[in-house]
Design a binder for this molecule. Structure first.
Ligand code: FES
Ligand code: FES
Length: 157
């Protein structure tokens, strides 16, 4: 039987009726049409679905939409400024060639922002450790590490 849920997504209140089995990632992509949040696996390993829930990065493919009832959600679509200026971490990924196909990028950026909030000056080792749950099939990670470092510096300004 459908269940009514309400939450804030990218600053806007949303409510809907969902099946209890609906995953948060499907709610975000299929119901809200916020398709920047990607699905890259069915084992909660790849991190392509990473969003912020109540301020922390989570993989929303292993959370039910009903579990997010009442929460504050931010997706990749919600991090740029209202005038369209990219978030410093997005700009750093572009400027440091942290992406190729871009499939992993939304999840990488959301994880990186959360990382920098907790570790404002991360070194390469810390960045690699923290991004362990985000897989990239294209870049070899070197430029992602450079991008996260540059993004961390830019987030201070
Ligand atoms: S789709 Fe969520 S971890 Fe891969
Ligand atoms: S840029 Fe293609 S998967 Fe990471």
């Amino acid at each position: 039987m459908p269940v009514r849920i309400s939450m804030t997504v990218n600053g806007k209140p949303v409510s809907a009726e969902v099946e209890p089995r609906t995953l948060l990632v499907n709610f975000i992509r299929d119901h809200l049409r916020l398709t920047g949040t990607h699905i890259g696996c069915d084992t909660a390993q790849c991190g392509a679905c990473t969003i912020h829930m109540n301020g922390a990065a989570v993989k929303c493919c292993n959370i039910l939409a009903v579990q997010a009832d009442g929460s504050e959600i931010v997706t990749i679509e919600g991090i740029a400024r209202s005038d369209g200026t990219m978030h410093p971490m997005q700009a750093a990924f572009r400027d440091h060639h942290g992406l190729q196909c871009g499939y992993c990028t939304p999840g990488m950026v959301m994880s990186a922002i959360d990382l920098v909030k907790r570790h404002p000056d991360p070194d390469d080792k810390k960045i690699r450790e923290e991004l362990d749950g985000n897989l990239c099939r294209c870049t070899g990670y070197h430029n992602i590490v450079k991008a996260v470092k540059a993004g961390a510096a830019a987030m201070k300004t």
